[in-house]
Every structure is written in structure tokens, then in C-alpha cells.
Design a protein around this ligand. Structure first.
Ligand code: CMP
Length: 144
């Protein structure tokens, strides 16, 4: 069944010039890019997007990281998009990914547990929430 998921190329992915490699992997893996938006997020947006992590010890560094530069936010569509995009990006910890999933996107462009260069929704509920979080009247995105 066709589904949509939210992908983010995080500030380190953009500043490390990984955008075109990531886009190539996305298209070659059979996803279509339904919407996309490049934006420099402010602290309030990041805090609210990552609300479920607000009590974690790494939250301040997550907010600092995600506001450190522009991000590319995309809605990806294909059959089984949510699980397939998570598989493609690899484990959260990019250092581990380099060992256990060397062909994953995080192994390619991530640096460590925090700075892992890409995001993917982890469930149907998160995908719905995250897509509507960014693609609203305030951040309408564009049709590619
Ligand atoms: P992501 O899966 O996009 O969403 C939560 C983010 O928080 C995660 O990627 C990492 O960037 C960061 N993160 C998760 N766990 C940790 C951790 N233990 N220490 C530092 N950052 C983390």
C-alpha cells in the first residue's frame, strides 16, 4: 500500500554537501518526492517537532544541532515508505551504522549518535504528525 513518510536532511547533511547523493539514493530506491522545503528552523520549531524528547538529557544539544543551519525536509512516497526509508538511513547512531550498516545513508554522512545527518518517521502516527507539522499554512512547501 502506498504511504508517505517524512525525511529530513539535517544541517550536517546539507553542509557536508550530501543532498544530491541522498536525493539520488531516494529516487533510485523507488521513492517519489511529493513535497520539499528548505528552511533554517528556529528553536521553537525544533523543540516542538522533537517534543517527545524534551525531557531527555540530549535535548539541548539536539536543539542546537538542528538550528545550526538549514535543513531539507521532504515527503517521500512509495509502497512501504516508512519502514523502507528507516532501513535505508540505518541505525540512529551513525558511528554504529558505519560498522553494522556500511551502505546506509547515516554511515555515509553521519558523525555520531546525535549528529546522524538524516531523519525518518518511525511509525504511521509519527509520519502523519510530522508531515502535517511542516506542510501547513506556515510552511506550505513546494511541489517539486
Ligand atoms: P532522529 O531519529 O532524527 O530523532 C531524534 C534525534 O535525537 C536523533 O535522530 C538524534 O539526532 C538525536 N539523538 C537521539 N538519541 C540521542 C542520544 N542518546 N544522544 C544524543 N542525541 C541523540
Amino acid at each position: 500500500e502506498n504511504e508517505s513518510t517524512l525525511a529530513i536532511v539535517k544541517p550536517d547533511g546539507i553542509s557536508g554537501n550530501y543532498t544530491s547523493s541522498i536525493r539520488k539514493i531516494i529516487l533510485e530506491s523507488g521513492f517519489s518526492v511529493q513535497k520539499e522545503l528548505t528552511v533554517h528552523l528556529d528553536e521553537d520549531s525544533v523543540r516542538s517537532f522533537y517534543d517527545e524528547h524534551s525531557t531527555k538529557s540530549f535535548f539541548p544539544s539536539l536543539v542546537k544541532y538542528m538550528t545550526s543551519g538549514p535543513v531539507l525536509i521532504m515527503v517521500l512516497q512509495k509502497v512501504n515508505a516508512i519502514a523502507d526509508w528507516r532501513a535505508l538511513i540505518g541505525p540512529t547512531d551513525a558511528l554504529k551504522a558505519k560498522v553494522t550498516h556500511p551502505h546506509s545513508i547515516r554511515a555515509m554522512c553521519g558523525q555520531d549518535l546525535g549528529r546522524n545527518c538524516v531523519h525518518g518517521s518511525d511509525s504511521h502516527d509519527s509520519a502523519e504528525r510530522e508531515i502535517s507539522f511542516f506542510f501547513t499554512k506556515t510552511y506550505p512547501g513546494i511541489e517539486p
